[in-house]
Design a protein around this ligand. Structure first.
Ligand SMILES: Nc1ncnc2c1ncn2[C@@H]1O[C@H](COP(=O)(O)OP(=O)(O)OP(=O)(O)O)[C@@H](O)[C@H]1O
Length: 166
C-alpha cells in the first residue's frame, strides 16, 4: 500500500513539474477548464462527454510525454545534435497531432447553435457573470504566462533560476 502511495506521489510530482515548467501544459489545462465550463450550455450526451474527456486527456498525456522526452534529450545531449533535434521535433509533433484532433472533436461536438444561444441568454440575464468571466480570464492569462510561482517552490528541480525560459 505504501509503495502504491509512493508511486502516486511520484506521478503527481511529474504532473506538477509539467504545470510549473511548461507553458503549453498550462494552456491545455485552461482550455480544458473553459471547455468543461461551457459544455454545460450545450446539450451533450454521455458519449459526447466521454469523447471530449478522452481527447483532452490525450493532449495532456502527450504534453507530459513530450516534456519527459525533452528532459531526457537535454540530459543525454546538452549540445546541438541532429538526432536530439529529431527526438524533440517528433515529440512536439505528437502533441500537435493530438491537439489538432481535439480541436476537430470540439468542432463536431459544439457545432450546436442552441448552445451558443443559451450562452448569450445566460450572460444577458446575468450581466454580473461577465465580470466573473473577465476576472477568470485575467487569472487564467496570469496562470499561463507567469506560471504558478508557489508551485514552483514545491516542485524541487535541480535547475538554476534562469536555466528554464518559461
Ligand atoms: N540538443 C538539441 N539538439 C538539436 N536541436 C535541439 C536541441 N534542443 C532543442 N533543439 C531544437 O529546438 C527545438 C525547441 O527545443 P526546446 O527544448 O526549447 O523545446 P521547447 O520549446 O521547450 O518545446 P515545447 O514548446 O514543446 O516545450 C526542438 O524542437 C529542436 O528542434
Amino acid at each position: 500500500m505504501r509503495s502504491l502511495l509512493r508511486s502516486f506521489r511520484f506521478a503527481l510530482r511529474g504532473i506538477l513539474f509539467c504545470i510549473c515548467n511548461e507553458r503549453n501544459m498550462r494552456i491545455h489545462l485552461v482550455v480544458a477548464v473553459y471547455v468543461f465550463t461551457l459544455s454545460h450550455f450545450f446539450p451533450l450526451s454521455n458519449v459526447e462527454y466521454a469523447v471530449l474527456i478522452i481527447s483532452i486527456v490525450m493532449v495532456i498525456a502527450a504534453e507530459i510525454i513530450n516534456t519527459a522526452i525533452e528532459e531526457f534529450v537535454d540530459i543525454s545531449s546538452p549540445s546541438f545534435d541532429p538526432l536530439a533535434r529529431i527526438a524533440k521535433d517528433t515529440a512536439a509533433g505528437a502533441v500537435f497531432v493530438t491537439a489538432a484532433g481535439a480541436v476537430g472533436v470540439a468542432l463536431c461536438i459544439f457545432w450546436k447553435p442552441e448552445g451558443f444561444c443559451s450562452i448569450g441568454r445566460y450572460f444577458t440575464e446575468n450581466p454580473s457573470m461577465l465580470i466573473v468571466a473577465g476576472v477568470f480570464t485575467v487569472l487564467a492569462l496570469i496562470f499561463i504566462f507567469a506560471g504558478p510561482n508557489r508551485m514552483r517552490t514545491v516542485v524541487k528541480t535541480n535547475r538554476k533560476p534562469n536555466e528554464h525560459k518559461k
